[in-house]
Design a protein around this ligand. Structure first.
Ligand code: 6GU
Length: 239
């Protein structure tokens, strides 16, 4: 898959994409990340990319034309149809289900805003979807773009090594992940739960599932309501 990012700080996204799983996905030819700076498409000596908001108020709004030219340049770099996603706290919340859907596309075009946002006419004309990564405010969409790229990169077939298998991930079953332990068994901070040393995989799976359920119920009751639980699991939580 190819991801193009329109941002005033394209190096930020490139830097993030040069480490870990995302870098490996790129080296393996599974993913390409390309940045486009609207300032390169801005007019005049000052190469303005923003201006004051009509109606007054604080902050600045990103101009239509430099963004549109950068989107156009990104589109022209590859023939595939790109879904245009604007990263904004006003977007719908990003979930693992959404990540899976986007990971299956051959191309994404991410638009990162700065300042108070971008001119709404650009959003209406060019954007297919608005996404947020949570209920807090970042000073720009770049971190959100980095989050989205990381999440879709690790789902590209061949991006993860066997040991990192995405099938075991948190949210894969609609629940948080269970706790994990490694050597040593005995440590001043505590002992590894016996069941994990039992070699009985049915027991281990059952324990992990219960831990995941309990954690999710304690920390994220909203997820328990949506998860596909068996009737005996619901009963166990309620007792
Ligand atoms: Cl996508 N952008 C910004 N600027 N802030 C955010 C966000 C996105 N998601 C949560 N906060």
């Amino acid at each position: 898959m190819r991801v193009d990012v329109v941002s005033l700080f394209p190096e930020f996204v490139a830097q993030m994409a040069s480490h870990g799983v995302v870098a490996r996905a790129q080296e393996r030819g599974l993913l390409g990340v390309h940045g486009w700076n609207p300032r390169d498409y801005a007019e005049g000596n000052y190469r303005r990319v923003d201006d004051r908001p009509f109606g007054g108020g604080p902050g600045m709004v990103m101009l239509i034309d430099p963004l549109r030219a950068a989107l156009e340049a990104a589109r022209a770099a590859d023939a595939a149809e790109a879904r245009v996603i604007y990263l904004t706290p006003q977007g719908t919340p990003l979930t693992q289900d959404k990540v899976k859907e986007l990971a299956g596309r051959s191309r994404l075009l991410l638009l990162c805003g700065r300042y108070e946002g971008v001119d709404e006419r650009l959003v209406e004309a060019e954007v297919d979807e608005e996404l947020s990564i949570g209920d807090y405010v970042l000073s720009g969409g770049e971190l959100a773009a980095a989050v989205l790229i990381d999440a879709v990169a690790r789902l590209q077939p061949g991006a993860l090594n066997d040991a990192e298998s995405a099938a075991q991930d948190s949210f894969e079953h609609g629940l948080l992940d269970c706790p994990h332990y490694t050597r040593p068994v005995e440590h001043a901070l505590g002992t590894v739960p016996d069941v994990l040393l039992s070699g009985n995989h049915a027991l281990i799976d059952a324990w992990r599932r219960r831990q995941a359920l309990l954690r999710t119920w304690l920390r994220r009751p909203d997820l328990v309501d949506k998860a596909a639980l068996g009737p005996e699991e619901r009963q166990w939580l309620e007792q």
